[in-house]
Design a protein around this ligand. Sequence first.
Ligand SMILES: *[C@@H]1O[C@H](CO)[C@@H](O)[C@H](O)[C@H]1NC(C)=O
Length: 325
Amino acid sequence: MTRKRMIIVILLVLKLEFLTLVLLKAFFTLILNSIKSLELQGYRDGENLYGAPYDFRYGLAPEGHPSFVGTEYLQNLKKLIEKASASNGGKPVIILSHSLGGLFALQLFNRNSATWRQKYIKHFMALSAPWGGTVQEMLTFASGYSLGVPLVDPLLVRDEQRSSESNLWLLPSPKLFGPTTPLVITENTNYSALDIPQFLNDIGFSQGVQPYKTRILPLTGQLFAPGVPVTCMIGTGVKTPETLFYGRDGFDKPPDIIYGDGDGTVNLLSLLALEKEWSGKPNQPLKVIKIPQVSHTSILKDDVALKQIVTEFSDINSNALISAS
Ligand SMILES: *[C@@H]1O[C@H](CO)[C@@H](O)[C@H](O)[C@H]1NC(C)=O
């Protein structure tokens, strides 16, 4: 009997911030939910299902720049994929990511050869990936963001959030959000994605400017097509911050917000960035699945979303069987 199942490596990005520790249990429950529905399909942890968690406080830098934790993570992830494949008869793996995990996976592909990708990667499924960052991050940096937890003063968590390097990576990318569209509007100044260095300075976080320019900007433009099949599954139709208005009281006071389409955290523009970036690339299979009224994290527990993930896996597996016979 040949084994029918493909191998899955799940990239989990753990937000181990001060406030988020409270939410961590809830987050794990979500992840476990999705893992449970995979286990029902015959996937077993440590056999053909592997996890690869990442500590969100550490960022990644472009190749050639030091970023010990980020680089080590990508190296370990590469080894894990090779090991998963080797313990399953050399079959290539399916990568499933959530949120920032998708950006890490794409970096992993970009930093390894086409031959390596062909050999080891069967399919890449990215849930809720913020390919071009989000306007929400500008709110996080300026005023703090209490993640919807009531009675928590966002200013209390702001310093912690500013020090999480990965947050810088999720600021809106100039390439996607454009050089002129104002994302933050104040009485005297408008800030587009191109003005982020000035913005970081003006909100009182000048320490972020240099890392942003040297380590983050070169990464944000990098959405190179890996040549392996990619599926993006995203939530839509949830109101998502699109423009922030700050009044006389400055950045310490929560802004007025104009909302647009997205998953509540990530703007639709960013969730769909690969469609735009890779259009007309014949050797880059890309499928986008939109799930209406599903938010950034509820995609991990929503019944419709979970069924869709499992269906996609069955399709990928049955295609693999056809091409193997
Ligand atoms: C900021 O943008 C708004 C809306 O696009 C515009 O009406 C306003 O004149 C701009 N203000 C400055 C200072 O450029």
